[in-house]
Design a binder for this molecule. Structure first.
Ligand code: PEP
Ligand code: MN
Length: 332
């Protein structure tokens, strides 16, 4: 159950009540909010007199549920708004990893030439093999900070494990939690305490319920800025890297109040299919897209097979603009 306490109830007072009820709690600037287990269906007597509204939920999808809050949450960074009433389709076109100053500035220049304001690249890469490129770590974060300053771009970068979560939070404008890290509760809780947008990717073996529950860890820490990303799930099929779950994305779009972005690159795993899937994603009405793009995909140090080169992406960007306009959205 979600309980809004009256606006004169402070965080310190709600802390005491939360402790008694074994509930989570935070203050959103207007109300202290208590979140009990979803099994609690009756307003606890201890809070009846000081509550301003309560919502009994049928599962542990609570703060993210449209049953609690029907309007889509709006999240902002720089001049970019995703969700809310914006009707924006935000393009996050990115190399998989930061590899060198030359590679990342070539990427930044391409984005600027298309009017795109957000650059994403990983510095801590959650690779399947310990022998593959693991990312440049702090050196890469420092390059991203320089790119932000030099090009005025907002930076998304990912956290792989809790050993560097503070560093990633400090250097990024938007924190990415990847498909493999999304079960790491120390990362989720630390991001819940942060006050920056979080891009949370669905694990490839993760049910929709588990995915939204991971988002609940962040939301219930008081960080209301969570963006969900569908990036393909593992099925019996092996010809493509993963299976792009648009049914799941439709479920998230209609049952949660969180912006949903789609990542055709990791789903497909091969660049030849990415433009078609990206166009389908725009027509779907997603709030944003994550597409991997590299100045020279053949030599990319991670996810080489799926990254688009700059001319292919530039052409796709024009096509996506047309499709976005046709479905009443604005490609950013
Ligand atoms: C990535 O975005 O480059 C990435 C590692 O993706 P995922 O976590 O979805 O595998
Ligand atoms: Mn990648």
């Amino acid at each position: 159950m979600i309980i809004h306490l009256k606006s004169n109830i402070s965080l310190a007072e709600s802390e005491k009540i939360a402790h008694e009820l074994e509930a989570m709690h935070y203050h959103n600037g207007t109300h202290a909010i208590l979140i009990t287990a979803s099994a609690v269906k009756e307003l606890p007597a201890a809070v009846a007199a000081i509550s301003d509204g309560h919502w009994a939920m049928d599962s542990d999808i609570q703060l993210a549920s449209t049953k609690y809050r029907s309007e889509l949450r709006s999240i902002q960074w720089g001049n970019t708004t995703i969700g809310g009433n914006s009707n924006n389709t935000v393009v996050i076109a990115v190399p998989c990893s930061v590899e060198s100053w030359e590679q990342i500035t070539q990427s930044a220049e391409m984005l600027k030439s298309l009017g795109i304001n957000t650059l994403r690249a990983g510095c801590y890469k959650p690779r399947t093999s310990p022998y593959s490129f693991q990312g440049l770590g702090l050196e890469g974060l420092k390059m991203l900070a320089k790119v932000r300053e030099q090009y005025g771009l907002n930076i998304i970068t990912e956290v792989k494990d809790s050993s560097h979560v503070n560093e990633v939070i400090e250097y990024s404008d938007i924190i990415q939690i990847g498909a493999k890290a999304m079960y790491d509760q120390s990362i989720l809780r630390r991001c819940g305490a942060a006050r920056k947008p979080v891009l949370l990717k669905r694990g490839f073996g993760t049910t929709l319920q588990e995915f939204v529950q991971a988002a609940e860890f962040i939301l219930s820490g008081g960080n209301e800025q969570v963006i969900l990303c569908e990036r393909g799930i593992r099925t019996f099929e092996t010809k493509t890297r993963f299976t792009f779950d648009l049914c799941g994305a439709a479920y998230l779009k209609y049952n949660t109040n969180l912006p949903v972005i789609l990542d055709p690159s990791h789903a497909m795993g091969y660049s030849y299919g990415v433009p078609d899937l990206a166009k389908a994603s725009v027509a779907f009405g997603c709030d944003g897209l994550l597409i991997e793009v590299h100045p020279n995909p053949k030599v990319a140090k991670s996810d080489a097979s799926q990254q688009l080169d700059h001319p292919t992406f530039t052409k796709l960007h024009g096509e996506m603009k047309t499709i976005a306009a046709a479905v009443g959205r604005h490609l950013m």
